[in-house]
Write a protein that binds this ligand. Structure first.
Ligand code: FAD
Length: 499
């Protein structure tokens, strides 16, 4: 029995995030923490500091502590830091937690490499794919292509077994119907508002749209579960256009979309491995345990203050924190009204991820569980007679299940795998991480046009982060896109003579 697995009698105890949910992001996983977690950070600040001072002959010549401060060390922040750092700008990266990655989190569970946050990437995602290629990480394939058992849990809780061919056919036709007209609606998906019709349609919810499609019972359940997943909340709130945009980014093609969705993980150390490659290249100085609570703009510089009162100055700042955490930061002067409106509305983002180990080998299964059944998408990531079965559970609505309660999770799993015995559980409760406050972000009805304002510079303040991306705002790709864009905007500002 590995450290990750539960011992008999441990069941029913709360596993990793108890009542004191406001723990630092890195202290919430059970006995075993993911790689790069607190204390074991591969990039100790002092090492980077020392390295930077050796390699930057210009250090000390500036009037400010840095040329650019980047807030947040997820993919957006690390990309922006790399973009500016490789051009010789001095970059200080302030990160609230004690690890790189943000809503990506590489770790181990039951002998497997797993991703507790964002995981799957694809060559149809141009920005992240360029990073995977640039640093030579390649991908590893999940066993989803060889599923031998497919289940669909209807909203009333009945479970239907379908053949894998039926599952694929239902999924494809449901998705194609949902996304009909995608090519015309999003002719250039990375400029999502290019067709004015999108503005008219963005107030229609995924649920309203599904109801018009004339699908059978199983297809309706599958599609509603998919949309609950992408919406990370109720389909009554999720904007139909938000999903069609993401689909359009994958060349308006079901197969590409599906492969991009849950088939290929980043190789050679996963998301953390790639981030380490990027940050090393950036030469940025990374300061962990540096939660920012104020960003002040002066005429020719910015002053960024952390919760412990330290101040850092620079010519510009790139803010990459998740939308639902902006309320922790005071902006002086206040951000533009449209940005504030978007932030105040907040994003949907009630998703989480949990891995469980079952005692027996239950085969290679894929299941959709329609709302309000809480598991949403269940995927076998490994199974054999020695390890039993390891499942990845992705609840789209975290509030429907207490993922800290092994008994409750086991009960839900048994609805798909009768009598299955849970022997291990680990996961990450993103909506309860104070520096995430959400899993993957998604647009509510009416929010997509407003979100575009987030990418407009506010003086010396540049906002990035996946939700500010033109394209795949729910993905790692969107985070990288936004980091590239913010890097370019800062560069342009520096290029203007008065900056
Ligand atoms: P983050 O990664 O959230 O980075 C922001 C950083 O800011 C964090 O490190 C945070 O600690 C820090 N921070 C917050 N507040 C402060 C502060 N006040 N001061 C300093 N630092 C602060 N995407 C995919 O492409 N494929 C997937 O398979 C996929 N699955 C997902 C599954 C889950 C469970 C989750 C949670 C996400 C998933 N995503 C997936 C989405 C993807 O992970 C995110 O879109 C992306 O990682 C966001 O990156 P980011 O840099 O914009 O934000």
């Amino acid at each position: 029995m590995t450290k990750d697995t539960l011992k008999p009698g441990f069941k029913g105890r709360r596993l990793f995030l108890g009542a004191a949910a406001a723990l630092p992001a890195t202290s919430v996983l059970g006995a075993k923490q993911p790689q790069g977690a607190a204390g074991s950070g591969p990039l100790a600040t002092s090492v980077l500091d020392a390295k930077h001072s050796q390699q930057d002959p210009q250090r000390g010549k500036h009037r400010f502590d840095a040329d650019v401060i980047v807030i947040g060390a997820g993919f957006a922040g690390v990309t922006a830091a790399r973009e500016l750092g490789v051009e010789g700008h001095k970059v200080i990266l302030l990160e609230a937690s004690t690890r790189l990655g943000g809503r990506t989190y590489s770790g181990r569970f039951a002998g497997q490499d797993v991703e507790f946050g964002g995981a799957w990437v694809h060559w149809a995602e141009p920005h992240i794919w360029a990073e995977v290629q640039r640093y030579g990480h390649g991908v590893e394939e999940e066993q989803i292509a060889n599923v031998d058992r497919a289940l669909v849990m209807l909203s009333d809780g009945r479970v239907k077994q379908v053949t894998t061919e039926e599952l694929a056919a239902y999924d494809r036709s449901g998705m194609d119907k949902f996304c009909a007209g995608a090519r015309e609606l999003f002719p250039r998906p990375y400029e999502p508002m290019a067709n004015p019709k999108v503005r008219e349609l963005e107030n229609i919810s995924a649920a309203e749209h599904i109801a018009t499609l004339g699908l059978n019972e199983i297809q309706t359940a599958m599609l509603n579960a998919e949309m609950t997943l992408y919406g990370a909340g109720s389909t009554k709130e999720y904007s139909y256009m938000a999903f069609v945009k993401c689909f359009s980014c994958m060349s308006w093609d079901y197969y590409t979309f599906n492969d991009a969705d849950r088939r290929y993980r980043i190789g050679k150390g996963g998301t953390l491995g790639l981030l380490k490659s990027m940050i090393k290249h950036s030469k940025a100085e990374v300061r962990f345990s540096s939660a920012v609570n104020q960003v002040r703009q002066e005429r020719d510089h910015v002053i960024v203050t952390t919760e412990d009162g330290r101040k850092v100055t620079a010519r510009a700042v790139v803010v990459t924190v998740p939308t639902n955490t902006y309320k922790r930061i005071q902006f002086i002067p206040e951000l533009a009204a449209a940005k504030r409106k978007y932030i105040d509305q907040g994003e949907m983002g009630d998703g989480a991820k949990v891995f469980v180990q079952l005692e027996k080998n239950h085969g290679n299964t894929f299941a959709f569980c329609d709302d309000p059944n809480p598991l949403t998408v269940v995927q076998t990531i490994a199974n054999n007679d020695e390890i039993g079965t390891i499942l990845s559970l992705t609840p789209g609505r975290r509030k429907l299940i207490d993922i800290n309660d092994a008994d409750e999770v086991e009960k839900q799993v048994q609805r798909l795998f009768p009598k299955a015995k849970l022997t291990g559980l680990s996961g990450y409760d993103w909506p309860n991480d104070p520096y995430a406050k959400q899993g993957w972000g998604s647009y509510r009805v009416g929010q997509m046009s407003l979100a575009q304002e987030m990418a407009v510079p506010d003086g010396r303040v540049f906002l990035a982060g996946a939700s500010t991306a033109g394209g795949l705002n729910e993905y790692i790709d969107g985070a990288v896109e936004s980091g590239l864009r913010a890097g370019r905007q800062v560069r342009e500002m520096f290029g203007r003579s008065s900056s």
